[in-house]
Design a protein around this ligand. Structure first.
Ligand code: IPD
Length: 271
């Protein structure tokens, strides 16, 4: 059996190398290779190249593990460990030159399904800022050498929240309506543009809470472990776990308040 700390150390090493490649390609100029689910949903040459680097290194070091990546799809392994990878989370920021994007790598155990897996290690690396957020199950969440803790309670002014929007224009109106439901408990709202960084910032206490509908497993796999290891709660739907239908992350008190404001959107039974 592999120790979670070994998975963590390998993920840190690969995320740093991948982040440096993404950063170098950004400085050389970004080329949009294709659109995906919607015209606004883009993939750049760098997304593909960075994912290929991560996948090649993982299969060389851990050939029996599975892989689930945003750009190159899924492959089951035989070891019980799956690597869940977003090579560049925040691709639109990346394409526009906004320095809020990250390499997100998680090692998870169990069925490679977010409602069933247990994350063992999670890395979110922003090569523009040089910030490396990393966590190992039962060993805490860290920004570099600094241990992270979520904000236990929002200030009397309300919670500093973040959210995100999917790429499908049909989701914009319901997203705005959802925001209007949550704003009564907020002091303000941020839209950073990279779900992995939203979650890392909740872990670091830079945000009080975060919610988003429509996330894919690679958007939240590493960030969710950061929040949990920083003492926060991460959940949503389906199955009370972070997922496509809803992802919510915050300290325990605020978590319940966000879920109450979201109502049926954060529960399983209505969707
Ligand atoms: C996206 C970002 C964005 C979130 C979207 C994600 P991508 O990931 O995390 O913040 O709102 O739901 O798809 O496409 O940049 O890897």
């Amino acid at each position: 059996m592999t120790a979670a700390s070994d998975l963590h150390d390998l993920a840190v090493d690969i995320a740093c190398e991948a982040g440096q490649l993404a950063h170098r390609r950004r400085s050389e100029g970004v080329h949009v290779a294709a659109t995906k689910t919607a015209l606004a949903d883009i993939v750049t040459d760098a997304d593909r190249e960075v994912e290929a680097l991560i996948r090649t290194r993982l299969s060389a070091e851990r050939p029996d593990d599975g892989f689930l990546g945003e750009e190159s799809g899924a492959e089951r392994g035989t070891s019980g460990i799956t690597w869940v990878v977003d090579p560049i989370d925040g691709t639109v920021n990346y394409a526009y030159g906004i320095p809020s994007y990250a390499v997100s790598i998680a090692a998870v155990e169990g069925d490679p399904d977010p409602s069933a897996w247990t994350a063992l290690a999670g890395i979110v690396f922003n090569p523009s800022s040089g910030e490396l957020f990393h966590a190992t199950r039962d060993a805490g969440a860290w920004l570099g050498a600094e241990r992270l803790a979520v904000n236990a309670e929002p200030s009397p002014a309300g919670a500093l929240l973040a959210t995100g929007f999917g790429y499908d224009p049909a989701t914009h109106a319901p997203n705005l309506e959802r925001i209007s439901r949550v704003m009564p408990i907020a002091r303000d709202l941020r839209r950073i543009g990279a779900a992995s960084l939203d979650l890392a910032f909740v872990a670091a206490g830079r945000l009080d809470g975060y919610f988003e509908r429509g996330l894919n497993p690679w958007d939240h796999a590493a960030g969710a472990l950061l929040v949990e290891e920083a003492g926060g709660r991460v959940g949503g739907a389906p199955h009370g776990r972070p997922g496509k239908r809803m992802t919510v992350a915050a300290g325990a008190v605020l978590y319940d308040a966000i879920v109450a404001q979201l109502g049926a959107d954060a529960r399983d039974e209505d969707g």
